[in-house]
Design a binder for this molecule. Sequence first.
Ligand code: ZN
Length: 169
Amino acid sequence: MFDLGRYCAICGAAHPSVHAKLSHNIGMVVMRRVEWTEGQMCQGCLVRTYLKHTGLNLVLGWWGMISFIMTIVFLVGNTVHLVTGLIALRSASARQARAERQREAERAQTDAPAALERFKHTIRMRLKRGEDVEVIAAEIADAANVPHEKAHAFVVEQRAAVAEPSASA
Ligand SMILES: [Zn+2]
């Protein structure tokens, strides 16, 4: 229903935006006029534009037979645009956050060996002291910000190295 954009046409900011059209009626007893704002809007501009047109509708809309009806039509229509627009923006930002978490997780996977390498000495010292692999792995995973399986595999690797007499750190 809505075209999601990356820019707001109202304030020009690089925010997620939805296409919306918000209108108000100006009743002049026998004549009437309609004014509207249409375009890609970020959340802030959507709310501000909605409030502006709603206010003008409420003050200037009613004056005339057809105007009375059109004012109601616009009040309802604007609210529908506001609500559906906000829902679309919210799900877009949820998708964006999910994608960001995904990218971060992938980065953590890729950077795991380098991040763990920095803890090599500490891990070997703790292994020599006879500390539990699980305990070390859990702490190192947190400290290096890498997935637990990666940290665990690395600690096991280091244990093998420590166990071999030729491979002392
Ligand atoms: Zn904006």
